[in-house]
Design a protein around this ligand. Structure first.
Ligand SMILES: *[C@@H]1O[C@H](CO)[C@@H](O)[C@H](O)[C@H]1NC(C)=O
Ligand SMILES: *[C@@H]1O[C@H](CO)[C@@H](O)[C@H](O)[C@H]1NC(C)=O
Length: 393
C-alpha cells in the first residue's frame, strides 16, 4: 500500500483539494495576569501545557493515526523518518512547544506511544471549521476537535485519579486553565468551497458561518477553563503550488506570481477572523487572546525569498512536473510505474533553501523562519510576543 496522502483520494481536482491545509489555532495563557503600567518588565509566561486545534499546518500525527502513516520522504530533514507531519521536519506548533521547553505534542488520536502530560494536539490534516460533506476532507472538523478536547479533559482526570501510571501520561487538572490554546484553521474551508464549483463571491458568503462556528467552539473551550488563546490567521493560499496548479490560466497574478483573487479571499477571511477575535474578547472576558498575522509573515518570506536565503518560492521541493514542480497525481511520496520501473516522488537536493515542501505545506526551514518572526510580537494583535501571551491587555 502506498502511504501517501493522495493515495486515499479519487479524482485529480479532488486530490488537489486534499492537500488542504489545516490551520492551527492555539490559545495560551496563565491565570489572568494584568499587565501593569509600571516600568518593571513582567516575567515571561510559563505554560505547562499546550492544546492545539487545526489542520495539516499543525497536525503532528492525528491524520496518520486515523488513516495510515504519512510515508517518506516526509520527515527526512529533521526527524530522519516520517513523523506524522506533512513536511520534511517541524511545524510552527513544534517550534512553539520547544520555545516553552515542552515536548512536541502528540496527536489526541494517536494511541501508540503518546504522552499527553504536557498537552495534546487535536489538529488533523484536511480539517475544516465547518464540517464537510465530501470525503476529501478530514472528518475532524473544529466541532469534533472541541468535542474531543471536552472528552480528553473529563476522562484524563478520571484516569489520573484511578492509577499512578496515568499521572505520568495525562495533564494535571490545573494545566487546563494554565495552558496555551493554539488555533490555526480555516484554509481548507476556503479551498473546499472554491475548487469544486464556487465563485470567489460565493465562497465569501460562506465566511460568516465559518466565523460563527469558530467563535462557538472557541467559547466552548473557554467554558472548560481555557484562558490563553493564540490564534493564527490563514496564509497566502494563492502562493501555494497545489492551488496555483488548479487555477484557470486567466487568473490574475501578482508580481511574485501568486494568484491575486485567492490571496484576496484569504485576506478577506483574515479580516473577518480579526473581528471575530475582537468579539471573543468581549464574550470571554477572562481570556487573553492574541491574533497572529501569519499571512503577512509568509507573504513576506515568499515575495522576498532571495533576500532571506531561499530560492524558487513557488516550486514544491518534493514533487514533480509543471511550472510549480507539482502534479496532483504524483504528489510528494507517491510511487508510480514508469517503463516498468517504480519511481518514488522524492525531495529536492536542498530543502533548507526551499519554502514549499510538497505543494501545500512549508519546509522545516520555512516554518522555523516564520516561527522566529511570529514569536516576537511584531505581527500580533495585541503586539505582544509569544512569551507574554499570558498577559491581558
Ligand atoms: C511523559 O512526559 C513527561 C514530560 O516529559 C515525563 O515527565 C513523564 O515521565 C512522561 N511519562 C512517561 C510514562 O514516560
Ligand atoms: C456545488 O456542488 C455541490 C455538490 O455537487 C452542490 O451541492 C452545490 O449546490 C454546488 N454549488 C454551486 C454554487 O454550484
Amino acid at each position: 500500500m502506498v502511504h501517501n496522502y493522495f493515495a486515499m483520494h479519487g479524482s485529480k481536482s479532488v486530490q488537489a483539494l486534499l492537500l488542504a491545509i489545516v490551520v492551527i489555532g492555539v490559545s495560551m495563557m496563565h491565570p489572568c495576569k494584568s499587565l501593569s503600567t509600571s516600568s518593571t518588565s513582567p516575567s515571561l509566561c510559563e505554560f505547562p501545557a499546550i492544546f492545539n486545534f487545526g489542520d495539516s499546518n499543525s497536525d503532528t500525527g492525528g491524520r496518520s493515526a486515523a488513516f495510515g502513516q504519512i510515508g517518506p520522504p516526509h520527515g527526512q530533514t529533521f526527524f530522519h523518518a516520517p513523523a506524522g507531519r506533512y513536511s520534511d521536519g517541524r511545524h510552527i506548533i513544534d517550534f512553539i512547544a520547544k520555545s516553552f521547553g515542552l515536548p512536541y505534542l502528540n496527536g489526541f488520536l494517536d494511541s501508540v506511544g503518546s504522552n499527553f502530560s504536557h498537552g495534546a494536539n487535536f489538529a488533523t490534516a484536511g480539517s475544516t471549521i465547518r464540517p464537510q460533506t465530501t470525503i476529501y476532507y478530514s472528518p475532524f472538523s473544529l466541532k469534533i476537535q472541541s468535542n474531543q478536547f471536552y472528552d480528553f479533559h473529563q476522562r484524563s482526570q478520571i484516569f489520573r485519579d484511578k492509577e499512578d501510571i496515568f499521572k505520568k501520561l495525562l495533564p494535571k487538572a490545573e494545566y487546563f486553565s494554565e495552558a496555551l490554546y493554539t488555533f490555526d484553521i480555516g484554509q481548507n474551508d476556503l479551498v473546499a468551497s472554491y475548487f469544486p464549483n464556487m465563485s470567489i463571491d460565493q465562497v465569501k458568503e460562506t465566511i460568516p458561518d465559518m466565523l460563527d462556528q469558530f467563535k462557538t467552539y472557541a467559547k466552548s473551550i473557554y467554558k472548560q477553563g481555557a484562558r490563553y488563546f493564540w490564534i493564527h490567521n490563514t496564509g497566502p493560499l494563492g502562493c501555494l503550488p497545489y492551488v496555483l496548479d488548479g487555477l484557470p490560466l486567466t487568473t490574475q497574478m501578482d508580481p511574485t506570481g501568486c494568484a491575486i483573487p485567492i490571496n484576496e479571499l484569504a485576506q478577506y477571511f483574515n479580516f473577518g477572523l480579526k473581528k471575530a477575535v475582537a468579539q471573543l474578547r468581549e464574550d470571554m472576558p477572562l481570556a487573553s487572546i492574541t491574533y497572529v498575522d501569519v499571512y503577512s509573515i509568509k507573504y513576506d518570506l515568499i515575495s522576498n525569498a532571495n533576500k532571506y536565503g531561499f530560492i524558487y518560492p513557488l516550486k514544491a521541493c518534493c514533487g514533480q512536473g509543471g511550472k510549480y514542480n507539482y502534479d496532483s497525481h504524483k504528489g510528494c511520496g507517491a510511487r508510480f510505474m514508469d517503463h516498468g520501473k517504480e519511481i518514488l516522488v522524492g525531495a529536492c537536493n536542498n530543502p533548507l533553501v526551499k519554502i514549499n515542501w510538497d505543494g501545500a505545506h512549508y519546509t522545516d526551514a520555512a516554518n522555523k523562519w516564520v516561527f522566529d518572526r511570529l514569536a516576537d510580537g511584531l505581527y500580533s494583535d495585541p503586539p505582544i510576543s509569544l512569551k507574554r501571551a499570558c498577559y491581558k491587555y
